[in-house]
Every structure is written in structure tokens, then in C-alpha cells.
Ligand binder design. Structure first.
Ligand code: ADP
Length: 455
């Protein structure tokens, strides 16, 4: 097993990884930007090294600075968390060449699955259904119009190298598609350094359902059930739950087996997530695979009792996965609310600043993953996630009640947070019935949050 791990990340996920390491008797090295000097991950790690200026490009994305920190502190492995360098095949390769284990999939896995079209072609071969769309990159407006004619409107233009809910445009007719196509290409180039775009049928009011996978280096692969992440704003998740209330055991088993088969076919290693859209008629379509730990991994941990970060570390250290598919049981229900520093009544506008007042929830069946404390200054440079509140109940209704109780205890000020949004959501009768889609937030708030995308 490793004796020392560097965590190339910040915020709650850095703390989450430090906690797993502590429990495993592994020493930790935190890296931090100048804006994160007073962050808890810096305090909780055994060692900490400043790697640069606040902007991510100068610190958390600064590969030479991170590798130097790893060499100076003589670590055996680097855990990238999520975001930043987590899905950067080049970084995984550099780690390898420096004889530092990268706690994640192989560079080949990341490269293949990071290319959304290559990933779709690969999984299609083993029988996973795909959303109808272009065969690959769409190069011209004329070609785009042809694809749309074949699959029918509405369609969605997506950046091949996109991520984080960004780089997507919905088009309802030829005029809109023709006028959006080149903008989509230049946006893709500007945001992701790659102008390639592809086209898919836009599934109306779908649910987002994803499967958690674990695979060791000996070809043993299991799935840990699914998460329903339909509650989103601007294609970004706000609340996640496990299990999904629309999946029966038979479908869970069938999709889980397909997801495992897909991972086996590409010799996948580590933790990963296969994302699907579920349409109104309960048809499933593979969307993409994320080759890292997800923000919402705790809901899976709550219902399966498996520590996913610990498993990631063990797999990277070459240990065999002890979990057997037949022993993985989904028990009860878990819900996670993402508490962001955002004003939901103002189009989820970021609300950074100093936290003067803070009371975090606790009590039975509540887990809070967070890096904030009273007096903490939320820096404006990074994503707005402040905390994740996870509630566990014997069933979904129980989990909802426990979450309501917990959010009532969550006091934060004067910065705005998404706590009031979640309280409103948890009182909504359609939500409570489980009658939701990825458009639910927009419908509940009675707003169009993305005029540019919905025209
Ligand atoms: P990212 O990698 O940026 O997260 P995804 O491909 O996972 O992008 O899509 C994010 C979200 O965008 C999905 O959860 C869904 O809400 C929406 N979306 C993506 N593709 C489609 C589609 N073909 N039809 C309808 N909604 C879609």
C-alpha cells in the first residue's frame, strides 16, 4: 500500500480524500493556491505546499508545480479528485513517467472515454443504446442540416471535448441550427481548445440516470447501482439520489450488466460513471462516461456501504477488488443536496464573500462534506460548491424528511446559498412523488434560465 499521497485538488473533495487516507494510515500532502492558504484541506493534511497564484491555470492546473510538489515530498501517488486534472490523460501519463501512481484510470482509458464520440462508438459495439445523432464530428453547417433532417428536431449541438454542462446548444429548426452551428464550433474552440462538435437528438424532458463502476487492474468489474441526477440547472446537477425511483430491479440489473460489460471491453481501471438519459417511454440512451470520482459519490456510499475513495486508492495500489457483484446490496435511499454559494432567486448568480455565520446540520443519518467554517472567505476563483448534505433514510420519503430537517438546521450568512432552493424543492409535491425530469428546476421556478440555449 502507498505510504504518502498528494491530493491535487481543493475544497470538500480534498478533505474527503484526506479522510480516507487517514483511516488507511496513509500520510497526505495538500497543495494549495495563494487564495486557499486558510483552507481546511491545508490544515488537515500532514504536509502542505503552495503551488501558485489563485487562478486555476497557475495552481491547480499547473502540472509542473504539482509534480515538483510531489517529488519534493516524495509521495507514492497522486489523487486528482474531480475537475481540474482528473480527466487529463497527459497528466496521468506524466505521473506514470515520474513513477508516481495516478489514482484513476489509465491514460488510454481517459483518452478513449474523454473523446465523447469515440466512447459512444465503443459502447455501441457492445450493445448499449445511443441517442440518435451524427456518426462523428460534424464539419459543416450543411452536414448539420442533413443530420437534423434524418433524426428530426429538436437537436442538440455538443462539443466533442465538452464537460461540466457547458458547450451545448439546443436547436428547434433549420434556421436556428444554421445560425448556431459556427458559433458552437468557435465556442468549443475557445472553451475546450477543440472546435469539434457533434449532433444528437435532443431528448425531451429526460431523466439523468448514471451507474457507478469499480474496476481493478485484474479485469474484475462491478457496478454499485445508479444515481438519479435529474435535478439540474443549466445542465449542472443540484440534487442527486440513489436509487432512482423509476428503475425496477430488472432494468437496474440489465443496465448495470451492460455498463460492466462496456468497462471490461476497454480494460477500464478504477472508479467510473456511465451516464444515461431515460426518455418518457423508459428508453435508455448512453450519454458519456466520467473517468473519475463524482461529486455525488456519497449517495452511492450511503446505500451500498462501500467507501469509493478507499476502493480507488486500493485499486491504484494494485490490490484486488474484494467486492463481488452478488454481494452488493442497495439498501434504503440517499439524497444529496449541493449547497452552492449562489442566489437561486437571481438565476443562481455566484455569491462569494466571507462567511460570518455558520451552523452546519448534524444528527442521525446526516453526512456533511464541506471545507467551510465560520470566518471562511469563499474565493471567487473556483466553483461555487460550499457543502454537500447527504441524508439517508429507509426509503425515499424518509430521506426527504431527514433532509428537510437537516436543511432547517443549515444556517449560513450573509452570503447567499442554495439552501432555500433545496427547501422549496423538497416541499414540492411533484418532486416528492418522484415526477421529475432535467427540466424540472426550470419549470418549478417558472424561469427560462438559459435563453440562449432554449430558443
Ligand atoms: P457534461 O459532460 O458537460 O456534463 P453531458 O453529456 O453529461 O455533458 O450532459 C449534461 C446534461 O445535459 C445531461 O444531464 C442532460 O440534462 C443534458 N443533455 C445532454 N445531452 C442531451 C440530449 N441528447 N437530450 C437531452 N438532454 C441532454
Amino acid at each position: 500500500m502507498f505510504s504518502k499521497i498528494l491530493i491535487a485538488n481543493r475544497g470538500e473533495i480534498a478533505l474527503r480524500i484526506i479522510r480516507a487516507c487517514r483511516e488507511m494510515g496513509i500520510r497526505t500532502v495538500a497543495v494549495y493556491s495563494e487564495a486557499d492558504r486558510n483552507s481546511l484541506h491545508v490544515r488537515f493534511a500532514d504536509e502542505a505546499i503552495c503551488i501558485g497564484q489563485p487562478a486555476s491555470s497557475k495552481s491547480y492546473l499547473n502540472i509542473p508545480a504539482i509534480i515538483s510538489a510531489a517529488e519534493i515530498t516524495d509521495v507514492d501517488a497522486i489523487h486528482p479528485g474531480y475537475g481540474f486534472l482528473a480527466e487529463n490523460a497527459h497528466f496521468a501519463e506524466i505521473c506514470q513517467s515520474c513513477h508516481i501512481a495516478f489514482i484513476g484510470p489509465t491514460p488510454e482509458n481517459i483518452r478513449l472515454m474523454g473523446d465523447k464520440m469515440a466512447a459512444k462508438n465503443t459502447v455501441h459495439k457492445i450493445g448499449l443504446p445511443l441517442v440518435p445523432g451524427s456518426d462523428g464530428v460534424v464539419k459543416s453547417k450543411e452536414e448539420a442540416l442533413k443530420v437534423a433532417k434524418r433524426i428530426g428536431y429538436p437537436v442538440i449541438i455538443k462539443a466533442a471535448a465538452g464537460g461540466g454542462g457547458k458547450g451545448m446548444r439546443i436547436c428547434h429548426n433549420d434556421i436556428k441550427l444554421a445560425s448556431s452551428f459556427m458559433t458552437a464550433q468557435s465556442e468549443a474552440e475557445a472553451n475546450f481548445g477543440n472546435p469539434d462538435v457533434y449532433i444528437e437528438k435532443y431528448v425531451e424532458k429526460p431523466r439523468h440516470v448514471e451507474f457507478q463502476i469499480l474496476a481493478d487492474t485484474y479485469g474484475h468489474v462491478v457496478h454499485l447501482g445508479e444515481r438519479d441526477c435529474s435535478i439540474q440547472r443549466r445542465h449542472q446537477k443540484l440534487l442527486e439520489e440513489s436509487p432512482s425511483c423509476v428503475l425496477d430491479n430488472k432494468t437496474r440489473k440489465r443496465l448495470g450488466e451492460l455498463a460492466v460489460k462496456a468497462c471490461k471491453s476497454v480494460n477500464y481501471v478504477g472508479a467510473g460513471t456511465m451516464e444515461f438519459l431515460l426518455d418518457k417511454n423508459n428508453n435508455f440512451y448512453f450519454m458519456e462516461m466520467n473517468t473519475r470520482i463524482q461529486v455525488e459519490h456519497p449517495v452511492t456510499e450511503m446505500v451500498t456501504g462501500v467507501d469509493l475513495v478507499r476502493e480507488q486508492i486500493k485499486i491504484a495500489a494494485g490490490e484486488r477488488l474484494q467486492l463481488k457483484q452478488e454481494n452488493i446490496r442497495i439498501e434504503g435511499a440517499a439524497i444529496e443536496c449541493r449547497i452552492n454559494a449562489e442566489d437561486y432567486e437571481n438565476n443562481f448568480m455566484p455569491s462569494p464573500g466571507r462567511i460570518e455565520l455558520l451552523n452546519l446540520p448534524g444528527g442521525p443519518h446526516i453526512r456533511v462534506d464541506t471545507h467551510i467554517y465560520q470566518g471562511y472567505e469563499v474565493p471567487p476563483y473556483y466553483d461555487s460548491l460550499l457543502a454537500k448534505v447527504i441524508a439517508y433514510g429507509s426509503d425515499r420519503q424518509e430521506a426527504i424528511k431527514i433532509m428537510r430537517r437537516a436543511l432547517n438546521e443549515f444556517n449560513i450568512g450573509p452570503i447567499k446559498s442554495t439552501v432555500p432552493f433545496h427547501m422549496r424543492l423538497l416541499e414540492n409535491s411533484s418532486f416528492c412523488k418522484g415526477d421529475v425530469s432535467t427540466h424540472f428546476v426550470q419549470e418549478m421556478l417558472g424561469t427560462v434560465q438559459e435563453p440562449a440555449q432554449n430558443e
